[in-house]
Design a protein around this ligand. Sequence first.
Ligand SMILES: NC(=O)c1ccc[n+]([C@@H]2O[C@H](COP(=O)([O-])OP(=O)(O)OC[C@H]3O[C@@H](n4cnc5c(N)ncnc54)[C@H](O)[C@@H]3O)[C@@H](O)[C@H]2O)c1
Length: 331
Amino acid sequence: MGRTKIYIRAPFSETCLSELRKFFEVVYEPWTMNGERFYEDEMLDHLLRVRPDALITELDRVTAKVLTGYPKLRLIGDCRAMPANIDIAACTAAKVPVLCTPARNAQAVAEMLVGLLLAMMRNLIPSVQWVKDGKWVAGATPYYLWMGSELNNKKVGFVGFGAVGRAAAKLLDAFGCDISFYDPFVELYDSRYRKRALEEVFSECDIVSIHLPVTEATRGLVSEKLLRSMKKNAVFANTARSAVVDYAALKKILEEKRIRGAILDVLDTEPPSPEDLEIGRFPNVILTPHICGATYEVTDHQSEIMTKRIKQWLSGEGLEQIVYNRGVLNG
Ligand SMILES: NC(=O)c1ccc[n+]([C@@H]2O[C@H](COP(=O)([O-])OP(=O)(O)OC[C@H]3O[C@@H](n4cnc5c(N)ncnc54)[C@H](O)[C@@H]3O)[C@@H](O)[C@H]2O)c1
């Protein structure tokens, strides 16, 4: 590609910016500078202003209109595990390869999941509120009122055992959890983790944690039948995507107190509609505003993964391993 211009709209570490400057003229204008992503027309306007050969983005919308209006792009890097902000079919049609950053926030989600599990199992949120509300007075017995459960020896089942599931399993292994997973695409790679049928994960685990991408096969996969088969005291967690879970059924089950509770980081509408927010008001639910993957360190992780992939792309080696829309590599 030679010394060409790269327009970086994703937050990037100084170290990796310096590395990329060895190969490119870098224009660094991360979306955090003005606090907002570019939608279609704005993205096109800025490409026409900067006139780069390559774009690294994170949130901006790159559509067919953008690619047609600015046909000079030869590479797009998207600092996400899945390029949800990019029209991949349009990129493939325009023969523009797209590189992503898988696992950029796997550690962030895994750590937050463990924290949320501890919070749920130990009644952390209501007990702290109880103290703030001035209810810890003479005669109160917090030791019994807020007694919780340990993670040690609990059966934890992961549905989807990719980057996040495995990172969480590693942490929970240190708590002495009995870990199993359902993922038809993962062969057993570690004897500490057992592969199970989906139905078994739901009916036998004390904690069921969802880590699926949204695909034709996974949309609505976590059905009412599966949710109803969970153990009476089980905890359900979804930090992946709402589309893979029947939330209407989950709401009924939580209302009926058929399980101990749910940890949710994702909803059908974000920000939530009043109807969607109802589930977060249940006392047996911890609802966080889609922040499990949000850590300062993710900037370092995504910069490192993207820089490595761009260097590999420049080398021309093993492109099928890094190009998301592999169709562009054929001819
Ligand atoms: N809450 C957040 O802030 C946040 C942050 C990062 C990722 N996520 C979400 O978490 C989910 C998992 O992310 P990841 O990085 O681990 O993804 P990943 O691609 O590394 O792992 C997904 C796993 O799901 C498996 N899978 C695919 N189809 C399946 C099916 N039909 N049945 C069972 N398993 C199937 C794959 O084999 C893979 O191992 C994604 O939905 C992602 O969008 C959320």
